[in-house]
Every structure is written in structure tokens, then in C-alpha cells.
Design a protein around this ligand. Structure first.
Ligand code: ATP
Length: 233
């Protein structure tokens, strides 16, 4: 579904991504593991068209490279950025509306809103509250729901469990597995390697802008590199 070849990202003199290649098959969860600064967010942001990059990115056979972010969303790729960036002074309702309004109108927009409220019942309870008053876990649900309002087939999820309490982390991973069951394809960036590898079909390990290892979820979980660097063993 997504094919990335020889992707490079520079920030001025800094080469953040040094020519990585990865693929995401339709219906899969693919995870990108790596330490802080390895280049995980840069990879997602480059795919979403938010930062300039070189190399080839193809989605369902179409070239994405050089296309503006708004066109890439329209093609079916949505990004939930790191840090649960909801609009804090707007209500849950308005946050969801903003996620969908550029992609659907009228009854279709209402249908998408209802679908997200069914998926995240807590957001129905909080529908008229300001997003900034939600708990961290609720804000993460809202951030994901807002991305889904665009109707993506591929979701780029950047560190969805970061900073959440353990019980909420469980909920977030259950939710991601549930999105896959519903047919969504997911490229997931996570620091929580243990949980991420439990739900991943395939994964890549990034170190200073390069892929140093790839394999299925169980293969990576068994590898010495992942055990030593990312799993608490
Ligand atoms: P984290 O989990 O900390 O977000 P990451 O693996 O997602 O890490 P990136 O955020 O992609 O890593 O950063 C990769 C490299 O690029 C790092 O060395 C980082 O300092 C650098 N970098 C990221 N954004 C910028 C920027 N806007 N300007 C300059 N350098 C940047």
C-alpha cells in the first residue's frame, strides 16, 4: 500500500533520515522503533508531506513525493501527530468537525462524527466540553478520532501512548488493534516497543536516520538488539 524508497530528510546541515526504505502492506500494522532523535517523527512527517524530503514515496501506486500535505490527506493518508495536538480551547465537537470538514459535508460529515462517537463513547460524553479539559488519554482518543474524520485508509500514528498512565496505554493499544480489525492500515511510531511488537505484523528499527533491523513482530521481539535497546529485560 505504501512504498518508501531511499527517503532522506535534512534540517539544514543535519541529515536526519539518511536513505531509508520501508513498505506497509494493506491491512497491516507496521511499527517503527527507535530511540529519541532516531528520525521516527521525521519519517511520518515526510510521508504526510509536512516536511520536504527526497527519495520516492508511493501510495497505492501513486507518487506522493512533492505533493502538498492537503492533497496527501485527500488521497487517504492521515497523521496523528506526537503530543496529542488537539485545539484546547475548542469543544470536542468542534475538534471533530475540523478534522472532517475539508473531506465531507452534510450527512456524510454527521455520519463520520457518529461513527467516531460510537468508536470512542467517552467523546460522546465529553462532546460539548473544551478539549483542553480532557484527560491525557481522552485527548489522545480525540486526536485519533479527529484524524479518522478525514476518512483515511492509512493512519500514521506518532507515539500514541507517550505520557499516558499504564491502564490508558492498554486502552490505546487495544484501540489500535481494533482499527486494524476494521480494515485500517497503520504505520505506528512507538517507544513502548513491547506493546507495539505485540500488535505489529512487521517492524523496522531506526538508529540515527538509518534502518538497522527489520522483521515480523515476533522476530524483532526475539532479537538481541531490540531486547537490549528497547525491551526491559
Ligand atoms: P522523538 O521520539 O524524540 O521525537 P524521533 O525519532 O521522532 O525522536 P525526529 O524528531 O524525527 O526523531 O528527529 C530526528 C533528528 O532530526 C534529531 O536529531 C532531531 O534533533 C532532528 N530534528 C528534528 N526536527 C528538527 C528541526 N525542525 N530542526 C532541526 N533538527 C530537527
Amino acid at each position: 500500500m505504501l512504498e518508501v524508497q531511499n527517503l532522506k530528510v535534512r534540517y539544514g546541515e543535519v541529515a536526519a533520515i539518511k536513505g531509508i526504505s520501508l513498505s506497509v502492506p494493506q491491512g497491516a500494522i507496521v511499527v517503527l522503533l527507535g530511540a529519541n532523535g532516531a528520525g521516527k517523527s521525521s519519517t511520518l512527517n515526510a510521508i504526510a508531506g509536512l516536511i520536504p524530503s527526497s527519495g520516492a514515496i508511493a501510495f497505492e501506486g501513486r507518487t506522493l513525493s512533492g505533493q502538498p500535505a492537503e492533497d496527501i490527506v485527500k488521497l487517504g493518508i492521515a497523521l496523528t501527530p506526537e503530543g496529542r495536538r488537539v485545539f484546547p480551547s475548542l469543544s470536542v465537537a468542534d475538534n471533530l468537525h475540523l478534522g472532517g470538514a475539508a473531506h465531507a459535508k452534510g450527512d456524510e460529515l454527521k455520519r463520520r462524527t457518529e461513527a467516531e462517537l460510537d468508536r470512542f463513547p467517552i467523546l460522546r460524553e465529553r462532546f460539548h466540553q473544551k478539549a483542553g479539559l480532557l484527560s491525557g488519554g481522552e485527548q489522545q482518543m480525540l486526536a485519533i478520532a479527529r484524524s479518522l474524520m478525514a476518512g483515511p485508509r492509512l493512519l500514521l500514528l506518532d507515539e500514541p501512548s507517550l505520557g499516558l498512565a499504564p491502564l490508558i496505554v492498554d486502552k490505546v493499544f487495544d484501540l489500535i488493534a481494533g482499527l486494524k480489525q476494521k480494515g485500517l492500515t497503520i504505520l505506528l511510531v512507538e517507544q513502548n516497543a513491547e506493546r507495539a511488537l505485540e500488535i505489529a505484523d512487521h517492524g523496522y528499527v531506526l538508529q540515527t536516520g538509518q534502518i538497522v533491523l527489520e522483521g515480523t513482530g515476533p522476530e524483532l521481539a526475539r532479537s538481541d538488539l531490540v531486547k537490549q535497546a528497547y525491551l526491559a529485560e
